[in-house]
Design a protein around this ligand. Structure first.
Ligand code: FE2
Length: 245
């Protein structure tokens, strides 16, 4: 049983499970890592109760990266996939109404970004960004093409494994999470200096989506499942249900 901290309603982050900020094999972490010890202070009411998003802010194709940047009658190129799963709190309960934003390279591994340096071509029908909001059970789903791996200027031969970036808001700024999802069976996961900044194999595997062929759409798309866990809001423990929360 994890003991909630004093002072606010959220569990502290597990600094053993999370990667170190300073990991020299991932070069830019050297200048990004805090040079001084972190300070800890209680959250305020605003940080514990916001932000709140409504479904009415979403466009009809926000969760469809195959169509949301495509010209009329055209579609993005690449292996068609559906990514689905749940956003959970630290007790395993679904987190409803949380905003997910996701962005990725195209099927060739190229981002639509002015600072992109990889020579793979842009797909004129693929923007690479989308968003959705979890339902009452914390479930989410979106359609896209599987991104390609790409080289990046870190070491002489460093390539990122295929991945999708996620930003989650949760129910409060104290639950904010930014992470990356990888794909089951990709050998590049274990070559990546960014992934290598994570200490344990179990923690890395928690970032790898599972291929679920039982959900595959015939002649259309494969399905990958990926759950994400936010810090939990402190709950009142029922005396007979310590283990069930
Ligand atoms: Fe990326």
């Amino acid at each position: 049983m994890t003991t909630p901290p004093k002072g606010n309603g959220y569990l502290v982050r597990d600094r053993v499970w999370q990667p170190d900020a300073y990991t020299p094999a991932y070069k830019t972490s050297v200048t990004r890592a805090p040079a001084k010890a972190l300070l800890s202070f209680p959250t305020s009411l605003g940080e514990q109760t916001g932000p709140v998003f409504g479904h009415d802010m979403l466009g009809p194709r926000d969760n469809d990266l195959i169509l949301n940047y495509a010209k009329p009658g055209e579609m993005a190129l690449g292996p068609r996939i559906i990514v689905k799963g749940h956003v959970l709190d630290q007790y395993g309960r679904g987190v409803a109404g949380t905003l997910l934003e996701f962005w990725q390279a195209n099927a060739g591994g190229r981002y639509r970004h002015k600072n992109e340096g990889y020579l793979a071509p842009l797909d004129p029908n693929f923007g690479g960004c989308g968003r959705t909001i979890t339902d009452e059970n914390g479930a989410y789903e979106f359609r896209t093409v599987q991104p390609g791996p790409y080289p990046w200027p870190n070491g002489m031969a460093d390539w990122r494994p295929a991945h999708i970036h996620f930003s989650l808001m949760g129910h409060a700024f104290a639950q904010r999470l930014i992470t990356q999802m990888y794909f089951e069976g990709d050998p590049m996961i274990w070559q990546c200096p960014i992934v290598g900044s994570i200490d344990t194999r179990a923690a890395v595997e928690s970032l790898v989506a599972s291929l679920d062929m039982t959900e595959t759409l015939p002649m259309d798309a494969r399905v990958y499942t990926f759950d994400m866990v936010l810090r939990g809001r402190r709950q009142t423990f029922f005396e007979n249900r310590w283990e069930g929360l």
